[in-house]
Design a binder for this molecule. Structure first.
Ligand code: AMP
Ligand code: TRP
Length: 336
């Protein structure tokens, strides 16, 4: 077995790539590639658990894959979940080790089913939404990943994955699956600049997230209109809006600017307009690099798709091997 530890993470092809996702997940994924054997997956099967438009699903998956490549994910580490059908087959098997009671307690299921009931014209909630964590567990276990880089909101799903892997190991009498651990990022919560009490998110609407591929003027405009003081911050504490702007500077690795502006803040001489300019410059700088790479990638979309299909096929070999071993262990018949 290779000596490098393995990493798997997934991201749904819904919504845009904004700076919350970028700093909270993707830029961390990029850095981890130096140390670990990484598997990164656009989880299109998971995107089907909520109402979706078939005509858009595939295009959204390719679009996100291209965005991830532009952000610096190596093509050989990236694939689209449905390219590796073994995930769904393992997911059926793992269902038999998953506790119905534990699935019922998953907060993401409770939140999303409430959301579906509020927004939908009917109150349809798919069984797949309930079963979502089992497929996520299969994504992770099929590569015997040691670490799963995710945001805090996914902690419960990783814990669930450990539980079903443990049950499987106990029942088969083998330490077969690696028990994965969540790996939290340095910036687990980037807030919306329009409402710094809420997480930057695609689903809150345009003004609540800054798209990493937006043109520089739009980025500057969004940062300039960032909420700083809401008037209800207790004396002596930093308001969430200002704190978020400092976090963004840190996330952009602008330590010097961060420290000097923080010194101004502590001295009571900080001008918010200076802080905002520094943040806008830093975000635009990152965005320009990504936009440049995306332009190159989209100039030959066909080549990129071919490249990803090739990595999907290579990654599939790992999944196939695990599935064969699992089928042996649980008494199923392997095909030729
Ligand atoms: P989602 O946007 O919920 O599909 O999440 C994709 C990944 O990005 C997950 O690992 C999240 O934890 C992370 N993420 C999404 N929004 C933010 C945010 N505002 N701050 C930090 N991380 C985020
Ligand atoms: N549930 C994750 C999210 O909402 C996405 C995901 C699917 C995932 N499969 C995964 C994350 C496997 C980590 C590992 O963000």
């Amino acid at each position: 077995m290779e000596s490098k530890k393995r990493i798997l993470s997934g991201i749904q092809p819904t919504g845009n790539l904004h700076f919350g996702r970028y700093f909270g997940a993707v830029s961390n994924w990029v850095n981890l590639q130096e140390t670990y054997h990484c598997f990164y997956c656009v989880v299109d099967y998971h995107a089907m658990t909520m109402p979706f438009v078939p005509a858009k699903l595939r295009e959204n998956s390719w679009e996100l894959a291209i965005n991830l490549l532009a952000a610096g994910i190596n093509p050989e580490n990236l694939f689209i979940q449905s390219m590796v059908p073994e995930h769904t087959e393992l997911s059926w098997i793992m269902n038999c080790y998953a506790s119905y009671g534990q699935l019922s307690r998953m907060t993401q299921f409770k939140d999303k089913s409430a959301q579906a009931q509020e927004s939908g014209s009917d109150d349809f909630i798919s069984a797949a939404l309930f079963d979502y964590p089992v497929l996520q567990a299969a994504d992770i276990l099929i590569y015997k990943a040691h670490y799963v880089p995710v945001g805090k909101d996914q902690e419960q799903h990783v814990e669930f994955t450990r539980n079903i892997a443990q049950r499987f190991n106990n029942q088969t009498g083998k330490e077969y699956f690696v028990l994965p651990e969540a790996l939290f990022t340095e910036f687990p919560k980037i807030m919306s600049t329009a409402d710094p009490t809420r997480k930057m998110s695609a689903s809150l609407g345009e003004k609540h997230n800054i798209d990493v591929f937006a043109d520089p003027e739009r980025i500057r405009k969004q940062v300039r209109s960032a909420v700083t003081d809401t008037g209800d911050t207790p004396a002596g504490t930093m308001s969430p809006g200002v704190e978020n702007l400092f976090t963004l500077l840190n996330a952009c690795k602008k330590q010097e600017a961060h420290d000097s502006l923080m010194a101004d803040y502590n001295a009571g001489t900080l001008k918010y307009v200076d802080l905002k300019e520094a943040v806008a410059d830093a975000l635009v700088g990152i965005s320009e690099q990504l936009r440049e790479r995306k332009k190159e990638l989209t100039s030959d979309r066909k080549a990129v798709k071919e490249q990803l299909k090739a990595s999907g096929a290579a990654i599939r070999e790992h999944a196939r091997l695990t599935l064969r071993e699992v089928k042996e262990l649980v008494g199923l018949v392997n095909p030729r």
